[in-house]
Design a protein around this ligand. Structure first.
Ligand SMILES: [Fe+2]
Ligand SMILES: [Fe+2]
Length: 238
C-alpha cells in the first residue's frame, strides 16, 4: 500500500503520522527546522535509499493502524480516545487520499473525458467534495474536537451548548459529503469502468470507491458514536 510519497514535505509526513519522526531521526532527517523540504530532496542530498525509507514509513502507518484496529470497541472508548482514533486513522487517510485522487480524477478526465463526458462531472463533484472535506477536517481538528476534549475533562453546561452549535453545522456537512458520494456512485453506475478504460481509469474508480467506504465509516463513528456519547439530547431535556 503506497501511503507516503517522496514528493511530500518532511513536515507534512510527520504531521500526518507523528511516528514518522522516529524513522526520520534514525536517518538523521531534520523534520523540525527542515520540515518544509521535500523528502525527495533530502534523500538526494543525504544520499539515502528512497525505496527503503518509503517502505519503512508505509509499514509504520500500517502497524499503527493495526494496533488501533485491534483495540477498538468504540462504544466503550472515552470521547477523547475515540477522537484520537478518528484523527489517526480516518483523518490521516483522507489527507493522503485527497491529493492522490485529485491527480487521478484530473488525469482520467483529460485522457478519457472526450469519449466519456461523465468524467467531467466526476471531476466537478470530486473537486467540490475535496474542498468541503478539507475545510470540514480543519473545523473538527481545530474547533470541535478540542471543545469535546475540554468537555471530557470538565463537563459543563456552557461547553455542551457550544458543542451543540458546532455539531449541527458539522452534521450538515457530513450529509452534504454523503450526498456527493451517492451522486458519484450514481453517475458512474457503481464505479463501472468502460471497456476502453485504461489502468489509471480503473485505479481512479477503485480509489474513489475505497474513499467512499472510508468516509462512510468515518462519518458513522462521528455521528453515531462520538456525538451520541456526549448525550446532548438527554442534557437538552433538562
Ligand atoms: Fe472527521
Ligand atoms: Fe466529520
Amino acid at each position: 500500500m503506497d501511503i507516503f510519497k517522496s514528493t511530500q514535505s518532511v513536515g507534512e509526513i510527520v504531521s500526518i503520522m507523528p511516528k514518522a519522526s522516529e524513522i526520520f531521526k534514525r536517518y538523521r532527517i531534520d523534520f523540525c527546522c527542515g520540515g518544509n523540504r521535500l523528502l525527495m530532496d533530502v534523500i538526494k542530498e543525504q544520499k539515502l535509499d528512497e525505496d527503503e525509507i518509503l517502505k519503512k514509513l508505509d509499514e509504520a502507518f500500517e502497524e499503527n493502524k493495526k494496533v488501533r484496529d485491534n483495540a477498538k470497541d468504540f462504544r466503550v472508548m472515552s470521547p477523547s480516545t475515540l477522537i484520537e482514533y478518528i484523527e489517526n486513522t480516518h483523518h490521516v487517510y483522507v489527507k493522503n487520499a485527497l491529493p492522490e485522487l485529485n491527480e487521478l480524477v484530473t488525469k482520467i478526465m483529460r485522457v478519457h473525458g472526450i469519449n466519456h463526458d461523465v468524467l467531467f462531472r466526476v471531476h466537478k463533484l470530486f473537486s467540490t467534495l475535496k474542498a468541503e472535506i478539507e475545510q470540514h477536517l480543519i473545523k473538527e481538528e481545530d474547533v470541535l474536537f478540542p471543545m469535546i476534549r475540554d468537555y471530557d475533562k470538565d463537563p459543563s453546561k456552557e461547553s455542551i451548548s457550544l458543542i451543540d452549535k458546532a455539531l449541527n453545522e458539522l452534521e450538515n456537512e457530513h450529509e452534504a459529503a454523503g450526498d456527493i458520494l451517492k451522486e458519484l456512485r450514481k453517475i458512474t453506475v457503481d464505479y463501472k469502468v468502460p471497456d476502453d478504460g485504461c489502468g489509471t481509469y480503473h485505479l481512479a474508480f477503485k480509489k474513489l470507491e475505497e474513499f467512499e467506504g472510508d468516509l462512510f465509516q468515518h462519518i458513522h463513528l462521528e455521528n453515531n458514536i462520538l456525538f451520541k456519547k456526549l448525550g446532548i439530547d438527554e442534557i437538552k431535556m433538562y
